[in-house]
Design a protein around this ligand. Structure first.
Ligand code: HAM
Length: 401
């Protein structure tokens, strides 16, 4: 992240803090690496992430650790470990940090990337599903993500899913010879991934595949209907996608993804869903949860370049030095100005006086204090006016306007 990129990221972080804070989310940060076991169990043994994308290493003491590939399992681990069930429920949390997946890097897909995420734990109220979605949509709008599309689905309970997987696997087996090798090999392990396949034969087979949404229990169908009704009520547009698959195993009920046409192949800007079984799976008592994460790099890509100057802001005072003038006067002047809350920069580039004034122009300095052998002159860059001034009065003069 180079300085020119950093300003936009800072703005994004401030926007996330404002929007999530207003909705009652409090910041949490989990460690960069944790026990491999946490992700294997939390994210799911059969997922691409666990099977081939984790950076795992032996810590030298025989323990396997992994650079975090995602944030939900760690946040749930922290919820259990720190007794957050004793807090008023639901507990709303958000995070922003870097994550790691061993993927083939390309535009919008990196091995180290940043996510902002939100998790609301301790309630299965459909209003919480709708709330998290609304907050994500609001964030993407505030960041300026263009052409965003919200897809929404429901997975039901693990039992519904298990029965459905059998039905789907049977469908795949019945037309096995039309499938890609990869899908055929993984019919038993992960038949749902077939919905994601680019392979034309597989896609044809999937057109007539049974859809999970048709097999939801009455409770789950009602939950999903309420989430939709709430989104309708606040005017958030979505499409129901009965073949929505996400690469993590912990999801139950609501599932969603936001894509942007600006992004090309890696079109997912953010996504999430409900994970009512995850906390229990990690050793806590049964506790529902719902949340999402969005990629910082993808949000910025989808927002396009911003024409305005970076928000670095100008410099109040450049302390310029006539060659051979006393170094201490200039140094002290710059230090005093900063202590007084001014943004002050000391010339250290070895430029001629003319070069220093040109530099002042380039960095947008409002005033230049020219420190010479016998005194200081203060130059106003806007008017061009220049006057002699005692060194001790410079800070007050610049602060004064
Ligand atoms: P995810 O869909 O795997 O979900 O990742 C969320 C977002 O992270 C993606 O939509 C994408 O913007 C970004 N992302 C993922 N991989 C990369 C990559 N290699 N390079 C750049 N950006 C990437 C999760 O991680 C879940 N933990 C979300 C969640 C929270 N579900 C419930 N709560």
């Amino acid at each position: 992240v180079l300085p020119d990129d950093a300003a936009r990221r800072d703005d994004l972080e401030a926007t996330a803090r404002r929007i999530l804070g207003a909705a009652g989310y409090r910041r949490i940060e989990t460690p960069i690496f944790e026990a491999t076991e946490l992700f294997a169990r939390g994210v799911g043994e059969a997922t691409d992430i666990v099977q081939k994308e984790m950076y795992s290493f032996d810590d030298g003491g025989g323990r396997s650790l992994t650079l975090r590939p995602e944030g939900t399992a760690p946040v749930c681990r922290a919820y259990v470990e720190h007794g957050m069930h004793k807090l008023p429920q639901p507990v709303r949390l958000w995070y922003l940090g870097s994550f790691f997946r061993r993927e083939r890097a390309q535009a919008g897909r990196y091995r180290q990337f940043w996510q902002v995420g939100a998790e609301a734990i301790g309630s299965d109220d459909p209003a919480l599903d709708a709330e998290t979605i609304v907050v994500l949509v609001e964030l993407l709008e505030a960041v300026g993500v263009r052409s965003a599309r919200l897809r929404l689905g429901s997975l039901g309970s693990p039992e519904t899913r298990a029965a459905y997987r059998e039905r789907l696997a049977a469908h795949l087996r019945s037309r096995e010879d039309e499938l890609s090798d990869e899908v055929r090999r993984r019919i038993e392990l992960n038949p749902l991934r077939a919905f994601d396949a680019d392979h034309p034969g597989t896609q044809r087979v999937m057109e007539t595949a049974p859809r999970l949404i048709d097999f939801l229990t009455a409770d789950d169908a009602e939950h999903f209907a309420q989430v939709r009704a709430l989104l309708d009520d606040v005017g958030v547009a979505y499409e129901i996608d009965t073949s929505l698959v996400r690469g993590l195993d912990y999801y139950t009920r609501t599932l969603f993804e936001l894509t942007s046409e600006e992004l090309g192949a890696q079109s997912g800007v953010g996504g999430g869903g409900r994970y009512d079984g995850l906390i229990e799976q990690l050793g806590g008592s049964p506790t529902p949860g719902v949340g999402w994460a969005a990629g910082i790099e993808r949000m910025l890509l989808a927002a396009g370049s911003v024409d305005e100057e970076s928000t670095d802001g100008g410099v109040d005072l450049l302390v310029a030095r006539v060659p051979d003038s006393p170094a201490t006067t200039a140094f002290r002047l710059a230090a005093d100005a900063r202590r007084a809350g001014l943004r002050a920069e000391l010339e250290t580039g070895g430029r001629s006086l003319k070069g220093q004034l040109k530099h002042a122009d380039r960095i947008g300095a409002r005033r230049v204090a020219i420190v010479g052998p016998d005194g200081v002159a203060l130059k106003d860059m806007a008017s061009g006016e220049q006057r002699e001034i005692p060194a001790a009065d410079v800070v007050a003069a610049v602060s004064g306007g």
